[in-house]
Design a protein around this ligand. Structure first.
Ligand code: GLU
Length: 464
């Protein structure tokens, strides 16, 4: 199996096209096949090299390496469509020689009028073939007069294009419903879906997985490849991703590009575990490594109903991924600003205690501030701790140099507090919060001086 990701570098890759890349990558992995990266930069105006660099970085960050593509030529290059003009020209000539293409001199206005008349007559918009049978003289005359023209593919009449979409099942299209379509624009530049089909065939792509917005291109691509005697890959069109509000995924309802997610502190394996299940079903509901996601991937498990983006699910996988980071990676991930807050001799303990309480890097900063700076306890916390009474507070004060276990025993004995009545005030005293790291570790991290200062705040309130 050979799959590919064929992005147009007109922007940063976002969850939609990253998922297409992922499914293609995983399908190849599952079959022990190859994954190709091809840059579809035929739109010279909108394509930018910085987006190519960015998408390569993003794929690398996600952990989806390509076995063939830019920088890895396996004899099918170039892998940039902008460098393949000679190849496309050769196939145009072949089609021309077979009489399968013809120049169309219709102006945009003429085409617009055609569409309007069809709409009025209740017909679907379709090129009516008015220049399909110009004589050689007529063509020569128009060309001599400098009339611009496009190249149209001559769609055979009265046939049916049938293919088994690996995701959507059997698809049938009557060729009579497909008008002769443009494969080269007026300026001679090739139409996107022409290059796309030619390249898939020449690069030996066996399975195309792509967004369902390309479904209607498929019968035309099959017609062209068939005419040229080129191999036809199997096509699968994956469902749209809808935003949380049910409309197509966009910036407004949760979509972001992959670099943004990286900047927000998302882990690549979290994004992968999330996306691999967005429109694809795994029997195993647990966290998987990329290689496990690959082994267990099955195109047949891609659903055709739209997938819905769910931020809570994404966060679930983020928690799973953060739990699995090793210490060095986690330390790196929390960033320099937080790292400098942590005294060298507390680093190991800080990692151990705080890691289970982080979902994003800034959570580590919040805890570094709580344990290593002069925290002002929230009033609510001061009151709750104060309410425990003098015996409790004095026992804590007398235990600041003891271990956590010894302190707990002393406080229990002096105040009779137990269970939640014992542990919650201790937690509130140490951190001002109801949740957080293990108390024994918190006790060590906060340390005697800051503990005394927090106790002082509570006692002042009591006295006042
Ligand atoms: N360049 C196309 C796109 O980004 C690729 C379509 C395809 O995967 O066939 O939408």
């Amino acid at each position: 199996m050979k799959t590919r990701f064929a992005p147009s570098p007109t922007g940063y890759i976002h969850m939609g096209n990253a998922r297409t890349a992922l499914f293609s990558y995983l399908a190849a992995q599952a079959a022990g096949g190859k994954f190709v990266l091809r840059i579809e930069d035929t739109d010279a105006e909108r394509s930018r090299e910085e987006y190519v660099d960015a998408l390569k970085d993003d794929l690398q960050w996600l952990g989806l390496p390509w076995q063939e593509g830019p920088d890895v030529d396996k004899g099918n290059g170039p892998y940039w469509q902008s460098q393949r003009d000679a190849i496309y020209a050769e196939y145009y000539q072949k089609l021309q020689a077979m009489g399968m293409v013809y120049p169309c001199f219709c102006t945009p206005v003429e085409l617009e009028v055609m569409r309007k008349m069809q709409a009025q007559a209740g017909l679907p918009p379709r090129y009516d073939g008015r220049h399909a049978n110009l004589t050689a003289e007529q063509v020569a005359e128009r060309k001599a007069a400098g009339q611009p023209f496009t190249l149209r593919f001559r769609v055979p009449k009265g046939e049916e294009v049938v293919f088994d979409d690996t995701v959507k099942g059997k698809q049938r299209y009557k060729t009579d419903d497909i008008g002769d379509f443009i494969i080269a624009r007026g300026d001679g530049s090739p139409a996107f879906f022409f290059c796309n089909a030619i390249d898939d065939a020449l690069m030996g792509i066996s399975h195309v997985l792509r967004g369902e917005d390309h479904l209607s291109n498929t019968p035309r691509q099959i017609l062209m490849l068939k005419a040229l005697g080129l191999p036809i890959p199997s096509y699968g069109h994956i469902n749209l991703i809808l935003g949380s509000d049910g409309s197509p995924l966009s910036k407004r309802n949760g979509s972001r590009n992959i670099r943004q997610m990286q900047a927000e502190g998302f882990r690549p394996d979290a994004v992968l575990n999330y996306m691999a299940r967005l429109g694809h079903y795994y029997e195993n509901p647990a966290y998987m490594t990329v290689s496990e996601l690959g082994t267990n991937f099955n195109i047949a498990n891609c659903g055709s109903a739209p997938a819905r983006f769910d931020e809570a699910q994404l966060h679930h996988w983020q928690k799973e991924a953060v739990m699995r980071m090793d210490d060095a990676t986690w330390w790196d991930w929390i960033g320099a600003e937080t790292q400098t807050c942590v005294p060298a001799d507390q680093k190991t303990l800080f990692i151990e205690a705080i890691r289970p309480n982080t979902v994003f890097p800034q959570d580590a900063k919040v805890w570094a501030d709580i344990v290593f700076t002069d925290l002002t306890l929230p009033t609510e916390a001061e009151q709750a701790v104060g309410a425990t009474g003098d015996a409790f507070l004095t026992a804590v004060e007398a235990s600041v140099d003891l271990s956590y276990a010894e302190m707990v025993e002393a406080v229990k004995a002096a105040s009779g507090a137990k269970g939640k009545g014992l542990f919650m005030p201790l937690r509130l005293l140490m951190s001002g919060r109801h949740d957080g790291p293990e108390l024994a570790k918190l006790w060590q991290l906060v340390g005697r001086e800051r503990l005394l200062s927090r106790l002082g705040q509570v006692m002042t309130v009591k006295v006042g």
